[in-house]
Ligand binder design. Structure first.
Ligand code: PHE
Length: 353
């Protein structure tokens, strides 16, 4: 090949490369062309090896032409690579694809239960309140007719706080029950009082039906002429709203220092409808007796009214206290046989609510 043939070949090579490059469809093909033209054993280098046969002046000129060819091919590779990648992005935009879903949480089942309980009572004129989680002994016990050293105190499995005592109210405790809000409410308001106090409570007890921290809701109604009928009616109303129409309550005699008379409240079983027997004639394994024990209740003790500054000759009242977790896990279809599961933060459980 003489010099002019070499120059013509080089020009053809450049045009050919640029034409092929501008026709490519993908990055792979582009890379293959780069190797074919600019690779170590590529077409441009092959022509370049002929430079040895040229005289000096031609060598210099041919060298410049070679550089020019290389940079022209490189430039078109670059332009094409950019075009392909932009086109690719365009091709990938499929508007029919489902979008990415970020995991979305929801309220904890106990929070949901609290909201539901609050709504039921608010609709019949109760006001929701919250009182301290860390409470003075006086509100938790003394004002509720349980003086220092009274054996009834033992039932509450109290956590006492290692802090200086109040001269009038005594030691600090983690609220063992929402009843500690009763006298606080009497101090806040004059009758008529219709309070629903929903709060965290703490007791030194942990097993399948108890967690150290749990929630209670406490109803307190004080007015002229309040009787046990009002208590029973209110509890029945709650049972129907919370569990469904067929559910009723029954009161059994019991004892609390702060109510007189006192009751245990049972709700009829939603599975066997209070009969204690399944349709097959077998005993209901869910309740065993037709009833579930859910709450403590009673008529507010005159001593407690006095502690709240209310004249027991003029006013009477009823109160009840129920565990939120306990009430909630008795809902039909919610077979939660270990209450502690609620607080283990296991998504496999929580996602089901
Ligand atoms: N405070 C009692 C408990 O925790 C329940 C109760 C509330 C009883 C109000 C009577 C009146 O078990």
């Amino acid at each position: 090949m003489n010099y002019s043939q070499m120059r013509e070949s080089l020009l053809n090579l450049k045009n050919e490369a640029i034409a092929l490059i501008s026709d490519t469809k993908g990055q792979k093909e582009l890379e293959r062309l780069r190797v074919v033209y600019l690779g170590r054993k590529g077409k441009v280098n092959k022509l370049a090896s002929g430079i040895k046969t040229l005289i000096d002046s031609q060598k210099k000129e041919f060298g410049l032409l070679l550089n020019d060819t290389k940079s022209a091919i490189q430039q078109s590779l670059k332009v094409e690579a950019k075009r392909i990648s932009e086109q690719r992005e365009g091709d990938w935009l499929d508007v029919t694809l489902p979008s990415k879903h970020l995991p979305l949480g929801h309220l904890h089942p106990v929070t949901l239960a609290i909201k539901e309980v609050a709504r039921i009572f608010e609709r019949i004129g109760f006001t929701r309140v919250r009182y301290p989680e860390v409470e003075w002994d006086w509100f938790a016990f003394e004002s509720l007719n349980m003086p220092q050293g009274h054996p009834a105190r033992d039932e509450w499995e109290t956590f006492f706080i290692d802090a200086p005592s109040h001269s009038k109210y005594g030691a600090l405790v983690l609220t063992p029950h929402t009843s500690s809000g009763q006298v606080r409410e009497m101090h806040r308001l004059k009758p008529p009082i219709r309070m629903i106090n929903i709060a965290k409570c703490y007791r030194r007890q942990q097993d399948v039906t108890h967690t150290i921290m749990f929630h209670q809701f406490e109803g307190l109604v004080i007015d002229v002429g309040i009787s046990i009928q009002h208590l029973k009616g209110t509890i029945d109303h709650f049972a129907k709203e919370f569990y469904g129409k067929g559910v009723t309550s029954r009161l059994r005699p019991s004892h609390f220092q702060f109510t007189e008379p006192s009751f245990e409240v049972d709700f009829s079983c939603t599975i066997c409808e209070g009969t204690g027997k399944r349709k097959t004639g077998k005993r209901c394994r869910y309740c065993k007796s037709g009833w579930h024990e859910v709450a403590g209740a009673g008529m507010v003790h005159p001593q407690v009214l006095k502690a709240g500054g209310i004249d027991p000759e003029e006013y009477t009242g009823f109160a009840f206290g129920m565990g939120v977790e306990r009430a909630y896990t008795l809902k039909p279809g919610l077979k939660l046989d270990d209450i502690r599961l609620i607080y283990q933060n296991d998504l496999r459980l929580l996602e089901q609510f």
